[in-house]
Design a protein around this ligand. Structure first.
Ligand SMILES: Cc1ncc(COP(=O)(O)O)c(C=O)c1O
Length: 430
């Protein structure tokens, strides 16, 4: 793990696009920040600290990107590392990429394992949560009539994957509803348990729901399911590197995440955790030799693939470790509370995300009653160059707001004022 001083000097080199004078100034500032100490909540409010973090990114400030949940920009040090590895790969890929760079992937596996709190032999690197989850979803032998429980708020592609198994093999997908927001963890567990029958073979659940940012009680569901002998596949696409936790907080057997969301890793990178003794029984998505049956690397047998993307995950991990996950989460909560507390006072505004500690972090869903989310999204973009995510399901609607560590308070305030105006006056006539 990098200490704060290493981190700020890494930020300094990442800010090389500044002119020499600006660079010196930034370096002085970074040195000062390197001496900064405080609780996560204090650091979250220190704009000097976050100024340095903001400069680590190369984002376009002519727009306000409040959809970092979809996919995040990577900091300059991550982009640079990826380009460096890519250039080297292209010198003679059969040698430089396969023989020199590919083995270095093991270091990255170790870094991810330390972040997740597991053994490196339990971590596979994939191309994203979709791939990691589909390895789990397709890797279990299921028979006609076997049941899988998930929720109506799980990710559409993952639902589609189960539905394909329904059409192909006659398994049965049961989608339960959970409250929006779900403020009582016991009720969530109760609803999962109520759906279990003698034919239930698997539970598939989100750690953080992408629609609302709701954090679900994974460990409680896992413990309950274990009593019934049912494994739980956890979709952590939005949770890993977003807020602090390790495997010990979840106790799950299968965990999947994208790394291009909250870890800020290169696009097209993901993580799959499988408990060591269960690796053997889970089929890989692409075939692997029998000799690899108990080897986590069987899930990485995907043919020729770039080394650069995976190696630059190491810089992304160092970046997040350098900020500190607790500081990062506190900052994301600080940004969320700044807009959410201003807006929720207004009559027509409904927040579909609980702001209670532990139930959400940087991602939240807000509705202005009577305003179509698609039209609101279009208005925010056309008038203010603000990007949000419109959401409309039978259970909730609104725009999803996901700032990032590079988001400034001013950008949050522009969004807040734009929303206040719509809540008071409605959308302007086209
Ligand atoms: C909850 C959830 N699961 C899975 C995915 C799939 O992630 P990816 O597209 O990065 O593979 C997403 C993407 O947004 C998601 O929000």
């Amino acid at each position: 793990m990098l200490n704060r001083r290493d981190f700020v000097s890494a930020l300094g080199s990442g800010a090389a696009f500044l002119g020499a004078g600006g660079r010196d100034h930034l370096r002085e500032l970074l040195d000062e920040l390197g001496r900064f100490t405080g609780t996560p909540e204090e650091i979250a409010r220190d704009e000097r600290y976050w100024f340095a973090v903001q400069q680590a990114f190369t984002v376009d400030r002519s727009l306000i990107n409040l959809n970092n949940g979809g996919v995040s920009p990577a900091p300059a040090i991550v982009q640079d590392a990826m380009k460096r590895h890519l250039d080297f790969s292209n010198q003679a890929p059969v040698y430089t990429m396969w023989r020199v760079l590919e083995p270095q992937r093991e270091t990255v596996r170790g870094a991810l394992a330390r972040m997740f709190g597991c053994d490196a032999e339990e971590v596979a690197m994939t191309r994203g949560a979709s791939e990691s989850l589909q390895i789990c979803q397709s890797g279990f032998d299921l028979r006609r009539g076997d049941e899988v429980i998930t929720t109506t708020q799980d990710y559409p592609r993952m639902i589609t994957t189960w539905q394909q198994r329904e059409r192909r093999e006659g398994i049965v997908l049961k989608q339960i509803q959970i409250p929006v927001p779900a403020e009582d963890p016991r009720e969530v567990v109760r609803r999962f348990e109520a759906a279990i029958t003698p034919r239930t073979r698997l539970i598939h659940m989100c750690h953080m729901i992408n629609l609302t940012g709701q954090i679900l009680p994974v460990r409680d569901v896992v413990r309950m399911a274990r009593r019934h002998g049912i494994p739980v596949i956890v979709d952590g696409a939005h949770a890993f590197a977003h807020f602090p936790f390790t495997h010990a907080d979840l106790e799950c057997d299968y965990y999947s995440s994208s790394l291009h969301k909250w870890l800020y890793a290169p696009h097209g990178t993901g993580l799959l955790y499988v408990r060591r003794e269960l690796i053997q029984a889970l089929w890989p998505l692409q075939a692997a030799a029998e000799s690899m049956d108990a080897n986590i690397r069987k899930f990485e047998e995907i043919g020729t693939h770039p080394a650069a993307n995976y190696l630059a995950v190491a810089e992304a991990a160092a970046f997040t470790n350098g900020i500190g996950l607790a500081n990062k989460a506190a900052r994301l909560i600080h940004l969320r509370d700044r807009w959410a507390n201003a807006l929720r006072r207004l009559d027509r505004v409904r927040l579909h995300t609980s702001l209670r500690p532990g139930l959400s972090c940087g991602l939240a869903l807000v509705q202005i009653e009577g305003i179509d989310p698609g039209k609101l999204y279009e208005h925010l973009w056309a008038r203010h160059r603000i990007i949000t995510t419109p959401i409309k399901t039978p259970e909730m609607e609104g725009v999803r707001v996901t700032p990032n560590v590079y988001t400034t308070l001013d950008e949050i305030d522009v969004f807040t004022r734009a929303m206040e105006r719509v809540a008071r006056e409605g959308l302007p006539a086209a």
